[in-house]
Every structure is written in C-alpha cells, then in structure tokens.
Design a protein. Structure first.
Length: 80
C-alpha cells in the first residue's frame, strides 16, 4: 500500500469519526481540528489498527506530530 492509498483509507476513517468534514493532508495535526481531543485520538488509533490490521507500540504513536507521520507509521507496521 502506498502513501496515497493509506491517506485515502485514513480519510474514510476520519469521515466516520468526525461530525464536521476534515480534509486530510500530510501536514494536518490534532490542534488544527476542533473536535480532535484525547478521546478521538484513542478512537482513531483503535480504528486505524483494525482497518489496517496493524498494532502500534504506544510510544511510537505518541511521537507522531501530524497525519503524515501517522501515515508513515502505518506503512512501517504494515510491512512488519
């Protein structure tokens, strides 16, 4: 799966999680989306793990600064 495909699948997850539309870009971060709080963050991680069939170490998820970092993390663990 390439970066564009991961981003497209992530967009579908975000569309289900947020009431307001969120257009994903690699630079988008949680502080730019009003609804994106700690509860949504945990829900997103669980949804992503299920959707992509991956499992993230807690420490690595906490180091992501934006959607682009999250995409790279997904791609890293899909290859594992």
């Amino acid at each position: 799966m390439n970066q564009a495909e991961v981003l497209q699948q992530l967009q579908q997850i975000f569309d289900r999680m947020f009431l307001e539309p969120v257009v994903l870009t690699s630079e988008l971060s949680a502080d730019q989306v009003e609804e994106w709080d700690s509860f949504i963050q945990i829900s997103l991680i669980v949804a992503v793990e299920k959707s992509f069939n991956v499992r993230f170490p807690v420490g690595e998820v906490g180091q992501t600064r934006n959607v682009g970092d999250f995409v790279q993390l997904i791609m890293k663990y899909q290859k594992s």
